[in-house]
Every structure is written in structure tokens, then in C-alpha cells.
Design a protein. Structure first.
Length: 434
């Protein structure tokens, strides 16, 4: 079955302007990590200091993502995004100035990086919530696919831009560019009509805990999305390091960028094709299949006899990446209460990044103690187990176990029967009432 075109998504009133602003800001995400690594390395002369600064930045960015998203749910993007983006951009600019002037040492760079990471504005989750407000019935899955593919391409484009910058200027210029991009994009996104129309949730009663019950607690469908996408993240994090090790073992280090580019290209094509199909099976059934397929392909990639074969395997792995991420975001949006949808998307993002970071660290240890083919298989195992656990969690759901009410009054139950989930896939955007 075919779905409406991607052009139809961009023709939605205010969609192009809002999406363009989000992409401008999110380009910063693709540039900041490499810029930070190179800037601290130049300032301190130490790869250890650069790695520590990047780790601190990533740790606070990932772990505090649900908190920042909850702040946006509470106050609305129009009020919450500008101060958050301003603080983040200022801290990146300070890092750029400090590293350009010789740095403050490893501890100072790590502290500044951690502070900047703590303020990272969650433009991705915000944009996906706005997509769910903007998209008419039947277009939300395609809008999410377009969003995931665009984000994947930005993460490839960002390092290329940093590479171009450092050929003509010091690395801190990349940090300054990242600050400018995030500030411009976030302010433009906050000023867009959909963001201005989205109101914050009612203030909680005194004594209410910061974490919102129902985002994960008592919401089996949301847990399924988090578990499944963590498996996707594990494959992504492991594959990047495994590709380097495989290329080194075959004397083909120059092919590493091409293999990783093939995976990104496969993800982009897979995401576009995935969004072009009007799936009858609900997302809760599709996500375990996508995560399991990705894991099995990763295990098979370890048997590649030549780097060119690995390149093809990486492209095939990529075909399942964007669809898996897109499906997890769709499940999260459907299962979340209207006052916690940004936080729900942030939990998916956190699970993806946490899975990737954990897999990268674990794979590094494996490569020192196990044959390469076995490392591929062991790296794939958590993804297959996560797919199985996601499927079990999905089957264990019961009607009424988790419920979210849309502004239009429709209730979305996390454990509803398959035929009801099929219908919800098409009408979820129309039930918003906004």
C-alpha cells in the first residue's frame, strides 16, 4: 500500500518553516562532538583530556535529556527553548574562546563541557511533538520518517563541515559555528506558529516528583519503545568501532569513511522507503522485527571475507536503522499523555544514545580479548535480546494498563488489541484537537 508523498508533508501549513528551523539547529548536533574533541585536543595537547571532555558533555546531555524535555512540556517550547538554547550557545562560545586561548586544563574543559551538555536543547523531541500537531490523519508516520532521515543526514554532514572548517581555521571556530547554529535554529523554532500555539502543561502540585509517572512507569508500550530502540543504539555504537577494527585487520583503513557512509546511505534509503508504505501491522509488532533484523545482519557482517563485502553489509544494516528509530518515536507519541509527549520522545532518544555509548565502550573491551567475528556476534546479541524483550513486553500489555488522553478526547491505550492499533496509526494526528 502506498502512502501520500513526502511533498505532501512539506505542504502542510507552517511545516516547511518549522522543520527548516529545527534542521538548522540540529545541524549543530552533527558538528559539536568533533569540534569539541579537536578544540580540547589542540588546547591541551592530550587525547585523554579531549576524550574526558567529550564524555562529560555526552553524559550530561544524555542523562538530563528527559528532565529538559519535561521542562519544555511544562512551560511550552515558546517559553522554554530560548533560555535553554541561549545558555547552551553561551557555554559553547565560552568553550571556543577558552580553547582558542590555550584552555584551562583538562578539568576546566571537562567542567565547561559538562555544563554545556546539561543545557542541550532537545530540538528533535520538540520537532516530533510539533509534527504530531501539524500532520493530518495518515501523514504522521511519513513525517516521522522524513524527520529521522533528515537527522541521519545531518549527523553525516556535520563532521564534513567541521573537516572543511579546520582546513582553513582553528578547531574552536567549529564550536562557535555550532553555538550560532543552535541559537538561530532554536529561536526560529520557538517563534514558529506551531510552537507558539503549543501551551505548557498545568503546574504540578507542591511535592510532585520531577519525573512524570506514566512516561515509563505503568506504561508497557513506552517501555517497549525504549527497550527496542536501545537495541538499535547498541548496533550503531558497536558497528562504528567494529568497522575500524575490521578495516585495520584487512589493511584497508581508508575504506572506513566509505563503509560508515554506506550505512548512513542505507539508513536514509530505508527510512524513505519505510515511510512510503502504509503499514497494516502496528508499530508495536514492527519494532521487535526491525531490531532483530538489524542485530542478525550485524552478526552476519562479521563473517565478511573482504572490506567491500562489509561495506554492503553495513548498507543493509543501515536499511533497518531509520525505520527502527522512526517506529520507536511513533510508539512513544501514541502512548504518552499530552502533557509528557516531549519527555516521551526524549526517553527514546536517551535510550538510543545510551545503547550506542555503552556498546562502544563494551566493544572496545571485546576487541582486545576476542576474535573479530565473535566480537560482531557478541555485539549483535544485545540487540536480538532487546528485540525479544520488546516483543514480550508488547504481548504482556493489557487494555487499560497505560492510557493517554488526547486533546480531542480520544484515549490511546498502550495494550489495545491489534485492530485498534491499526486504526490508531491513521488517526493519531487527527485526535489532537489542536
Amino acid at each position: 500500500m502506498s502512502a501520500p508523498s513526502y511533498a505532501a508533508v512539506l505542504r502542510i501549513p507552517h511545516a516547511s518553516r518549522t522543520f527548516g528551523a529545527a534542521l538548522l539547529g540540529r545541524l549543530s548536533y552533527g558538528m559539536v562532538s568533533l569540534s569539541l574533541l579537536l578544540s580540547v585536543r589542540e588546547a591541551t595537547g592530550s587525547y585523554a583530556a579531549a576524550g574526558a571532555a567529550l564524555a562529560c558533555f555526552g553524559a550530561t546531555s544524555v542523562t538530563l535529556s528527559p528532565v529538559r524535555a519535561g521542562f519544555i512540556d511544562r512551560h511550552g517550547p515558546r517559553r522554554a527553548l530560548p533560555p535553554m538554547a541561549t545558555a547552551y550557545a553561551v557555554l559553547l562560545a565560552v568553550l571556543a574562546m577558552v580553547t582558542a586561548g590555550g584552555g584551562t586544563g583538562a578539568a576546566g574543559s571537562a567542567a565547561l563541557a559538562a555544563a554545556a551538555g546539561a543545557c542541550t536543547p532537545p530540538l528533535g523531541p520538540v520537532m516530533r511533538v510539533l509534527w504530531s500537531d501539524l500532520a493530518p490523519p495518515g501523514l504522521l508516520p511519513r513525517a516521522y520518517s522524513l524527520d529521522s532521515v533528515a537527522e541521519e543526514l545531518l549527523l553525516v554532514t556535520g563532521p564534513l563541515l567541521v573537516g572543511a572548517i579546520v582546513t582553513v581555521a582553528p578547531a574552536p571556530v567549529g564550536l562557535a559555528a555550532s553555538a550560532a547554529l543552535i541559537l538561530a535554529g532554536a529561536l526560529a523554532l520557538a517563534a514558529s506558529p506551531p510552537a507558539r500555539a503549543r501551551r505548557g502543561a498545568a503546574a504540578p502540585k507542591p511535592g510532585t516528583p520531577l519525573s512524570t509517572p506514566g512516561v515509563l512507569r505503568g506504561n508497557r508500550t513506552m517501555k517497549q519503545a525504549v527497550i527496542g530502540v536501545a537495541g538499535v543504539g547498541v548496533c550503531l555504537g558497536a558497528l562504528q568501532l567494529l568497522v575500524v577494527a575490521f578495516a585495520d585487520a584487512h589493511g584497508a583503513a581508508g575504506l572506513v569513511p566509505w563503509i560508515l557512509a554506506a550505512m548512513s546511505a542505507g539508513s536514509a534509503l530505508g527510512g524513505l522507503a519505510y515511510g512510503a508504505i502504509a503499514w497494516r501491522a502496528p508499530g508495536t509488532r514492527r519494532l521487535p522485527v526491525l531490531a532483530a533484523a538489524l542485530g542478525l545482519l550485524l552478526a552476519a557482517a562479521g563473517l565478511s571475507p573482504h572490506p567491500y563485502v562489509l561495506l554492503g553489509c553495513a548498507a543493509l544494516c543501515g536499511v533497518f536503522v531509520a525505520p527502527g528509530i522512526t517506529t520507536a518515536y511513533l510508539i512513544a507519541d501514541e502512548s504518552a499523555a499530552p502533557d509528557s509527549r516531549t519527555k516521551a520522545g526524549a526517553w527514546v532518544n536517551t535510550a538510543l544514545n545510551a545503547g550506542s555509548a555503552t556498546a562502544t565502550a563494551a566493544t572496545g573491551l571485546l576487541l582486545d580479548h576476542a576474535p573479530l567475528a565473535l566480537c560482531f556476534a557478541l555485539a549483535a546479541l544485545p540487540a536480538v535480546l532487546a528485540a525479544a524483550a520488546s516483543a514480550v513486553v508488547g504481548r504482556a500489555s493489557r487494555p487499560g494498563s497505560a492510557m493517554s488522553r488526547r486533546p480531542g478526547g480520544a484515549a490511546v491505550e498502550a495494550g489495545r488489541r491489534d485492530e485498534e492499533e491499526d486504526a490508531a496509526q491513521g488517526r493519531v494526528a487527527g485526535d489532537r484537537g489542536e
